[in-house]
Design a protein around this ligand. Structure first.
Ligand code: NDP
Length: 296
């Protein structure tokens, strides 16, 4: 069997086009432009690339982008003051604080200072609780992107066995909650899981979010299963730097029914879902109908 490749780049372009259409309608019908504020503290090169890309794509879908670049030595009090200002600003519907923050800043404190309804990353403790209890939440972007691709591929996920490898707060746990909400039977595997190969072999859906290059070989995959590879790992191959996922692509693709590549799978969906979340936050803030198909 050779797996169908789930093209995250094309899917993300489709999501962005849908978001842009909703934004244009919102402007025309209500005179409202969704706004996303991104806060970057320090000079981390990878974070700078992400923030630039987020700002560019925000503008491309017709939203307002507000970028706040702060010095690496910014105090917690100053950062919290900026967040309070953004919370109170009616032109700002989504707030994202780029992680990781410099070591002297308490990430939990900072994230939980964001108004939950503007927390487009879905990391605020209120959104975590709302998601876990099946209520209307802001859902973390990467798992939301994975869910959209899975729903698109399978239609209904009801009754499928899903194994999520990784239990982080930003990917593994919210992914498991979303799959549970769509009536999958969910197992969460992690570094202490015994016989992980056997656990994964029972899965109709495998979501790998570990951060270990090519950890999942094809012989862990049930024939015909769907593999969503969240991992982004930079390794050297034949003396050249390459980007690989947590799954060994060739051997997994030979067994799976469908698989996301790295790069070009989950990655592009993450920013597309950030834009979708900002649109959703703006619709909710203004009492408008939420865009269909762009939320969990
Ligand atoms: P974390 O490091 O926070 O979590 C990794 C998880 O993997 C932990 O739960 C850990 O278990 C588990 N793990 C580690 N080793 C093993 C092992 N040998 N067997 C089974 N489980 C193991 O990572 P993140 O969730 O933040 O990210 C995971 C990957 O996804 C990374 O490669 C990251 O770059 C990528 N990523 C990609 C995004 C995208 O947009 N495509 C967005 C976010 C992340 P334990 O808890 O027991 O330590």
């Amino acid at each position: 069997m050779t797996a169908q490749i789930i093209d995250g780049k094309a899917f993300a372009a489709k999501v962005r086009a849908e978001v842009a259409q909703h934004v244009a309608q919102m402007k025309a019908a209500h005179g409202i432009t969704p706004g996303l504020a991104v806060v970057l503290v320090g000079e981390d090169p990878a974070s700078q690339v992400y923030v630039r890309s987020k700002g560019k794509q925000t503008v491309e879908v017709g939203m307002n982008s507000f970028e706040h670049k702060l010095d690496a030595a910014t105090s917690e009090a100053d950062l919290l003051a900026l967040i309070a200002q953004l919370n109170a600003d009616p032109a700002v519907h989504g707030i994202l604080v780029q992680l990781p923050l410099p070591g002297h800043l308490n990430e939990d404190l900072v994230i939980n200072a964001i108004a939950p309804e503007k927390d487009v990353d879905g990391f605020h403790i209120s959104n975590v609780g709302l998601l876990a209890t099946g209520q209307k939440a802001m859902v973390p972007c990467t798992p939301l992107g994975c869910l959209m691709m899975l729903r698109d591929h399978h239609g209904s996920l009801s009754g499928l066995n899903a194994v999520v490898i990784g239990r982080s707060n930003i990917v593994g746990k919210p992914m498991a909650q979303l799959l549970l909400r769509d009536s999958c039977t969910v197992t969460v595997a992690h570094s202490r899981t015994k016989d992980i190969a056997d656990v994964v072999r029972g899965a109709d859906i495998v979501v790998a979010a570990v951060g270990r290059a090519e950890m999942v070989p094809g012989d862990w995959i049930k024939p015909g299963a769907t593999v969503i590879d969240v991992g982004i790992n930079r390794i050297e191959r034949d003396g050249k730097p390459v980007l690989v996922g947590d799954c060994d692509f060739d051997s997994c693709a030979a067994v799976a029914g469908a698989i996301t590549p790295v790069p070009g799978g989950v990655g592009p969906m993450t920013i597309a879902c950030l834009l979708a979340n900002t649109l959703t936050a703006c619709a909710r803030a203004n009492g408008l109908d939420e865009p269909q198909g762009l939320t969990a």
